[in-house]
Design a protein around this ligand. Structure first.
Ligand code: IPM
Ligand code: MG
Length: 356
């Protein structure tokens, strides 16, 4: 079988990091006897420049016909002034929507050799292994009504709506319990049920679904407390499951525990075709300078192998290669420390391939 992969590099460093992940896949394919076919398409700012919109027809068609999507990053200062409906970020949200990838898995794991790179004390973050399961196609990001309206008195009113239906909560809860079942069997469901009705329903439905998973422990936490606990005692967490925007915020926070956002991959699953991307953005400040860390994107294709293609062995080969390169002391700028060897994007990609 040939796996067909849609490659959407996007903007900024996306253009530099995705080729390294593609090359890593080719290398692991040769080693493990897997074949891939790659086709590139536009998304985000570069798509706006070329076609007038962030998620062109051709890209929509390609992703629907693929077995998986590899995404770089979208956005940049050039497109920040545009109307919301055609901003680069809309391309990403549209992609999630058309593919129905309602579950976003964002692992935050501390590599022992990078424990000193975190801004937090080593003893706080050592051994962290958290999986944030973020609901991705509902909640505050997609709820209606939304928009900005003019009021009769000349002022304006901005609206977004936080809505969830029972089935939407049930399916994300199941993903969280399934993932936890393969890990340390502990789910923390994060809500704001003391204030927001929609998340009171969230809490109730998650508890209901939990009855089908007697071997997994479930706890509930308010989102403000969770933000605090992540810094105070992050090792208490195994799987965190939460609403779209809470997950957006908490996953950035969790990523920083590990030292660099440049290390963390993600998988968006639940639809027919999965999306795999680094959790960081397009980093316009370092774009085009061979400085970006390609590891998050390379680890994202490991997640692709695991979650879309069920190729656990090949996924581990990539993850072990990354570990080896770090053990040898090679670092990109974002994770650089005294005494280590500074390398650029391409060289880091080459070293990982060598490790594969
Ligand atoms: C993320 C990003 C996106 C989000 C933006 C770029 C639309 O922050 O993937 O976390 O908010 O979901
Ligand atoms: Mg985000």
């Amino acid at each position: 079988m040939i796996y067909r992969i849609a490659v959407l590099p996007g903007d900024g460093i996306g253009k530099e990091i995705t080729p390294e992940a593609v090359e890593a896949l080719k290398k692991v394919g040769a080693k493990c006897g897997l074949s891939f076919e790659f086709e590139e398409a536009l998304i985000g700012g570069c798509a706006i420049d070329a076609t007038g919109g962030p998620f062109p027809e051709a890209t929509q068609k390609l992703v629907k016909d693929s077995d998986a999507v590899l995404l770089g990053a979208v956005g940049g200062p050039k497109w920040e002034g545009l109307d919301y409906s055609i901003r680069p970020e809309r391309g990403l949200l549209g992609l999630r929507e058309v593919l129905g990838t309602f579950a976003n898995l964002r692992p935050a794991k501390v590599y022992p050799m990078l424990a000193d790179a975190s801004t937090l004390k080593k003893e706080v973050i050592e051994g962290i292994d958290i999986m944030v399961v973020r609901e991705l196609t509902g909640g505050l990001y997609f709820g209606r009504p939304k928009g900005i309206e003019k009021l009769p008195d000349g002022t304006e009113r901005g609206v977004n709506t936080l809505t969830y239906t029972t089935p939407e909560i049930e399916r994300i809860a199941r993903v969280a319990f399934d993932v936890a079942g393969k890990r340390r069997k502990k789910v923390t469901s994060v809500d704001k049920a003391n204030v927001l009705e929609s998340t009171e329903l969230w809490r109730r439905v998650v508890s209901e679904v939990h009855k089908g998973y007697p071997d997994v422990e479930l706890g509930h936490m308010y989102v403000d407390n969770c933000a605090m606990q992540l810094i105070r005692n992050p090792r208490q967490f195994d799987v965190i499951v939460t609403e779209n925007m809470f997950g957006d915020i908490l996953s950035d926070e969790a990523s920083m525990l590990t030292g660099s956002i440049g290390m963390l991959p993600s998988a968006s699953i639940g639809g027919k075709v999965g999306i795999f991307e680094p959790i960081h953005g397009s980093a316009p400040d370092i774009a085009g300078q061979d400085k970006a860390n390609p590891i998050a994107t390379i680890l994202s294709v490991a997640m692709m192998l695991r979650y879309s293609f069920n190729q656990e062995k090949a996924a581990e080969v990539i993850e072990e290669a990354v570990l080896k390169v770090l053990e040898k002391g090679y670092r990109t700028g974002d994770i650089m420390q005294p005494g280590m060897k500074l390398v650029g994007t391409r060289e880091m990609g080459r070293l990982v391939r060598e490790g594969i």
